[in-house]
Design a protein around this ligand. Structure first.
Ligand code: FAD
Length: 373
């Protein structure tokens, strides 16, 4: 019997496993190894922090998905892969054999270049740690008569901006505005630097209207318990420091013999296979499509779910594999709470409450395919 193992319950795997449950191939033993039972849906994460969605509404239940797809679920963290002997090493000490492997483990914000970040920073990923800290902040704000609460977000991309706006939304329901300070620190000269200028300036206006302090052209050097220090020497007093910096890959991947780019992301072909092992597939943030590099965003991981399922089936059926071509432009709907959203699609951009409802419709429809299994 062929052993097919999926590592990580990311967006592409969730879709591929659902398809597997609907149309399985006989004679294949499938296992998912995930370090969480519930995996967050990125499109809903900021709105979950703002209180628009519940935990269940914004997370895919992997136990239920695996039951539906009749596959084994191991809750453990993968720490290495021996490609020669086709063995996966888990944190618990368990070793799992495979014939065919698929990796969709996402990415984490880069923290290695900021002193003290591993001690005092709160990376936006892994999400469970972010949520644990967020609950602590909510509890602290509700139960203690706080004089002042200061949150600092490091990284002015879409993730950092959405987190700043949505945490502001939730906390202003608990604390009076004068007790809350939110800072956003960005190293570039405009936030959302990979979007068009209208989007950057629109979001700047929105942040300013909410009294969120924006520090542009500012690079964080050190994080201490109660302050963030910039390379310019400026000290910013802060209680909680969130890292939403550029994506990075886990170090253990470098110890496996899977070929990666200079940042540690798995290099893949258009068939979604690793460039040096045809029996290994990789998708989502952790993969770098060598011929078509694209930004790290959930939308690409979602789109890779169907071709991943089809190509694994093709390989198992000894058929030729199809090429997947990621879209050049993608629609980014940035939820800015207050029930409105900004759309960014290449040179096109728009702000409207209609977009908020459109985003809500798309995100809810995405989750429905898993809640209704
Ligand atoms: C705050 C924030 C907001 C964002 N908002 C958006 C948005 O609105 N739209 C958008 O398109 N993108 C958004 N993104 C980006 C998006 O989150 C990622 O691009 C997307 O999650 C990537 O999906 P993935 O399938 O690669 O991995 P993930 O969704 O990260 O899933 C990876 C899974 O693998 C598990 N895992 C990780 N390591 C291991 C291991 N060693 N062993 C076992 N399991 C493991 C993880 O727990 C997780 O369940 C946002 C990011 C952030 C930080």
């Amino acid at each position: 019997m062929t052993d097919l193992v999926f590592i990580g319950g990311g967006h592409s795997h969730a879709i591929a496993l659902k398809l597997w449950g609907k149309k399985p191939l006989l004679g294949i033993n499938i296992t998912l190894i995930s370090n969480v039972k519930n995996t967050p849906y990125s499109g809903m994460l900021p709105a979950y922090l703002a209180g628009y969605y519940s935990y269940q509404e914004s997370h895919i239940n992997l136990e239920k998905l695996c039951q539906f797809a009749r596959i084994n679920l191991i809750i453990d963290e993968v720490i290495n892969i021996d490609c020669q002997n086709k063995k996966i090493m888990c944190k618990s000490g368990e070793k799992v054999n495979f014939d065919l492997l698929s990796i969709d483990i996402g990415s984490n914000p880069k923290i290695s270049n900021i002193e003290g970040a591993n001690l005092y920073g709160i990376p936006a990923k892994p999400v469970p740690f972010l949520l644990e800290k967020w609950q602590e902040i909510i509890k602290n704000s509700q139960e203690n008569n706080l004089e002042n609460l200061i949150l600092t977000f490091i990284g002015g991309g879409a993730g950092g901006v959405e987190l700043a706006i949505n945490t502001h939304k939730r906390l202003t329901k608990i604390l009076s505005p004068e007790k809350l300070t939110i800072n956003l620190i960005h190293k570039g000269n405009r936030i959302l630097g990979n979007h068009n200028e209208w989007v950057s300036y629109k979001l700047m206006d929105i942040l300013i209207n909410k009294n969120i302090n924006i520090y542009l052209n500012s690079t964080v050097k050190t994080i201490k318990k109660e302050e963030v220090i910039l390379t310019s020497g400026k000290q910013i007093i802060s209680n909680y420091h969130f890292l939403v910096t550029e994506a990075s890959a886990p170090l253990w991947l470098k110890n496996s013999s899977i070929m990666t780019d200079e940042n540690g992301f798995i290099l893949i072909k258009n068939t979604l296979q690793s460039i040096n092992y045809d029996f290994i597939f990789a998708t989502g943030d952790i993969a770098n499509m060598i011929n078509y590099p694209h930004p790290k965003a959930g939308v690409f991981a979602v789109k890779q779910g169907l071709p991943l399922y089809e190509n694994i089936c093709n390989l198992l059926n000894h058929k030729s594999l199809k090429c997947h071509y990621p879209q050049k432009y993608y629609l980014n709907l940035i939820g800015i709470s207050d029930e409105t959203a900004v759309a960014s699609w290449g040179y096109f951009s728009w702000e409207s409450p209609l977009l908020w409802y459109f985003k809500k419709y798309l995100d809810t429809a995405f989750m429905k395919q898993f809640t209704e299994l």
